[in-house]
Design a protein around this ligand. Structure first.
Ligand code: ADP
Ligand code: ZN
Length: 759
């Protein structure tokens, strides 16, 4: 969803009940915690309205923060009791709340959090509430299911299968299982369990589906930490115990044990009875990660990401609110779960760009984490091998603490890094693996080690060109090239997802069989590798080759265990997977990220290259990383090779400071889009001219200019960029500025505070 400009920008300021205020505080009296039947309450709904609605409290009354179902026209909608009613509406016409849902009321700090996040991102409150209620069936009565536990009788006849079932139930004491779970754990058919039920040896009963998560044991499987791991763990444990807000940047190369260390902080949160949240950038990671949590705490935590079933999502949402889930491992939106007492949030791989949500509510989960924690008196741990410049700058400014893990755990050392100067390599046309890199790969194959060839381009070829007329095949709806995916036998637009069959004729000049791929994608690279290393087993890891996160996860595990000699991958592989047999990383095109006008291009390249290189040599065998580049003297490439992280950050920070850009200045992107190209430019020009509210805070507007991708899904896109000083009240000024204009019906305006990508 882009912001349609119906909503007044700032959410209404609601009286905030001071926490722990004394009872005769006038403020407390103004916002009671409880409303008796018939009293007026104002309700924030998930519907795109620009105000709160008044209702009468239902029979039995309701709490402030209660999740309720209210009538809206002919419909029933979800809402939250946000405060006392305003009473500025005909009392006789005010309807009653239909019912209070079976869920813990939204807590004060959560309401404050949503309000502040809305202010910061200039998002309407209903959209924020939708983010906070993204679990289906919240309004449903708790559904029931049959569960099985140990019964009181002994069966008249004992069989081996029956013994197995009873053994499982005995092992797990009083725990109850579903039929399928129990049969699977015992390794018997479900009829065996049913038979035992008939005999009274197993009892069958109905239990609510949304059951508490199993208790985690903070002292179950801790490892013996190295010295600097121990120091880190101790500092974080103390921070968690303080029950105050604080943010720590936990830095250390891949494999240095950052996860081990922050799991100690999680353990401490569990010990003091507070909840913990671990955010991960990719759902593909959670499988491996969940196993690790289980090994550490004896049981599996709650999970929240797109791979989780709807039933499980609802269970997670509800149990988190009741405090019956101690640890949640999830994707960025888990930050909006209704924790009862959140004491710690870990953002793993904090520099990862997927923490920024790029559609709907445009928020950066890393920044919102810090906001949420500060409202919850909770600790934040930002873990990364290659922190974002934002976090690095916050450490420099004294806002975040910093912990460094100096070395890799055990024998593993950072790989040796070297550039392959492509100007000096002999390269036949349409080939991308240089002779130098090929020799290094061959050596690995001989030694039965793994090699990774990294290329951050999905598909077969990024461009398909007609050799007769020179036309390149583009998307019909976007200003983007269609990418050939030979695996799927289709062309695909990476912008809008549109696909079409690979044509045999040129769409422009109709010449037959003259279409040719230009440039490499991972699929084409795999083809070259297969030719070049015919005896090797080759696996391609690219997000679009897998139907599901589960399939991807399974494949990664298989490869990591030695299921392939050569791994060909996109940035997917850069993200934390463990490949113990991997000792060579070849970066096919290290220059790829250095082009482009993105202000973070150098930072991204640096991070990505370091991370990819960090895949090599995790276990005992030392690794090597080779970077194919045409500009080995480029400062970013040199910093990567020298491993001079501090030097890179200093240089990059200096440049950004001089330019007054983030993190040393503030930016907002405004994208106008419409099917009508004239309208977007007209409005953009009008906005640029009438920029008084912005000038008043010393901010400048750039544009309008066609957005780097000037058309997506048939909508023309124009961009304005606003730049301000770090301390300027940017959101307020933006709100005033934008409120001056009337938007044509079909035109969408969206504001992206702190834009991460510039497309
Ligand atoms: P990072 O999160 O920094 O990449 P991990 O915590 O994943 O590092 O550690 C890398 C590997 O080393 C993991 O398999 C981890 O279990 C192991 N490891 C790290 N520290 C220890 C330790 N103190 N004792 C045993 N194994 C460890
Ligand atoms: Zn497209």
């Amino acid at each position: 969803m882009s912001l349609r400009w119906g909503w007044q920008l700032s959410p209404p300021r609601l009286p905030q009940k001071p926490r722990g205020g004394n009872p005769d505080d006038a403020y407390t009296a103004m916002t009671p915690d409880f409303f008796d039947e018939g009293q007026l309450v104002s309700v924030l709904t998930t519907q795109p309205l620009d105000r709160l609605l008044d209702y009468k409290a239902p029979e039995g009354g309701c709490w402030l923060g209660a999740f309720v179902e209210v009538p809206l026209g002919p419909r029933k909608v979800l809402g939250v009791v946000w405060g006392p009613g305003k009473g500025d509406y005909d009392h006789a016409k005010i309807r009653s709340v239909i019912r209070v849902l079976d869920a813990a009321p939204m807590r004060d700090e959560m309401r404050t959090f949503l309000g502040r996040a809305a202010d910061y991102t200039l998002t309407p409150m209903p959209a924020m509430l939708r983010l906070a209620t993204r679990a289906p069936g919240l309004g449903d009565a708790p559904s029931m299911r049959l569960v099985y536990r140990l019964g009181s009788k002994t069966p008249d006849r004992m069989t081996e299968a029956r013994e197995k079932v009873l053994a499982v139930l005995n092992d797990y004491g009083g725990l109850a299982f579903t039929l399928a779970e129990l049969a699977e754990m015992a390794g018997v058919g479900t009829s065996v369990v049913k038979g035992l039920v008939k005999q009274g040896a197993v009892s069958e009963e109905a239990a609510p589906r949304d059951t508490p998560y199993p208790q985690l044991d903070p002292d179950y499987g801790g490892k013996d930490l190295t010295d600097d791991q121990s120091i880190g763990a101790r500092v974080l444990r103390e921070a968690v115990r303080s029950r105050t807000y604080g943010t720590t940047l936990l830095r250390g190369v891949t494999g240095s044990g950052k996860t081990e260390v922050y799991l100690e902080a999680v353990a401490e949160a569990l010990r003091i009875g507070r909840q913990a949240l671990v955010l991960l950038p990719e759902i593909a990671l959670t499988g491996e990660f969940i196993d690790r949590v289980e090994a550490r705490f004896g049981m599996r935590p709650a999970e929240w990401h797109s791979g989780v079933t709807m039933t499980e999502r609802r269970r997670c949402w509800k149990m988190v609110g009741q405090g019956a889930a101690q640890l949640v491992v999830g994707a960025r939106s888990a930050l909006f779960l209704p924790f009862r007492d959140l004491g710690l949030i870990v953002v793993d791989e904090e520099h990862d760009t997927s923490y920024k949500q790029e559609d709907g509510v445009l928020y950066n989960a890393r920044d919102m984490t810090v906001l949420r924690a500060s409202l919850n008196a909770a600790q934040v741990v930002l873990a990364s091998a290659t922190p974002s410049l934002e976090s690095w700058a916050n450490v420099e400014a004294g806002k975040y603490a910093r912990l460094d893990l100096a070395s890799r755990f055990g024998a593993a050392v950072l790989p040796r890094m070297a550039a392959i100067d492509m100007r000096a390599e002999e390269m036949p046309g349409a080939k991308w693996i240089s002779p130098t890199l090929a020799r290094a790969v061959e050596a690995r194959i001989e030694r039965k080690e793994q090699a990774l060839l990294f290329l951050n381009r999905r598909g077969y070829a990024p461009v398909t060109l007609c050799r007769a007329c020179g036309a390149q095949i583009g998307c019909d709806h976007c200003d983007a090239k269609m990418v050939e995916h030979r695996f799927l036998k289709r062309l695909m637009c990476h912008q809008c997802g549109e696909t079409k069959p690979m044509p045999t004729k040129c769409p422009s000049c109709e010449a037959e069989d003259r279409l040719a791929p230009v440039g490499p994608g991972v699929e084409r690279l795999a083809e070259e590798a297969a030719e070049r290393f015919p005896e090797a087993r080759i696996a391609v890891l690219s997000s679009d080759l897998y139907g599901s996160a589960r399939a991807l996860k399974a494949h990664i595990a298989e490869i990591a265990e030695g299921g392939a000699d050569i791994i060909i991958g996109t940035q997917l592989v850069a993200k934390g997977h463990n490949f113990p047999h991997l000792t060579l990383v070849g970066v096919i095109d290290a220059d790829l990220g250095l082009q482009g006008s993105d202000l973070r291009a150098a930072e991204r390249t640096f991070q990505l290259m370091r991370q990819v290189a960090g895949r090599a040599g995790r276990a005992e065998a030392p690794g090597e990383a080779l970077l194919q580049t045409f500009q080995p003297e480029h400062p970013v490439i040199r910093a990567i090779l020298a491993g001079d992280e501090e030097g890179f950050w200093m240089a990059e920070a200096g440049e950004r400071r001089a330019a007054g850009v983030p993190p040393y200045g503030r930016m907002a992107g405004i994208i106008l889009s419409s099917p009508n190209v004239q309208e977007v430019f007209d409005l953009g020009t009008e906005m640029a001219r009438n920029d008084r509210p912005l000038r008043q805070i010393g901010a400048q507007v750039y544009g309008p200019a066609p957005a780097p991708i000037a058309r997506i899904r048939g909508r023309h896109r124009v961009r304005l960029l606003v730049k301000a000083e770090k301390t300027a009240p940017l959101q307020q000024a933006l709100a005033q500025w934008v409120a001056q204009f009337r938007l044509p019906a079909n035109l969408r305006l969206s504001i992206d505070i702190d834009p991460q990508s510039f497309y």
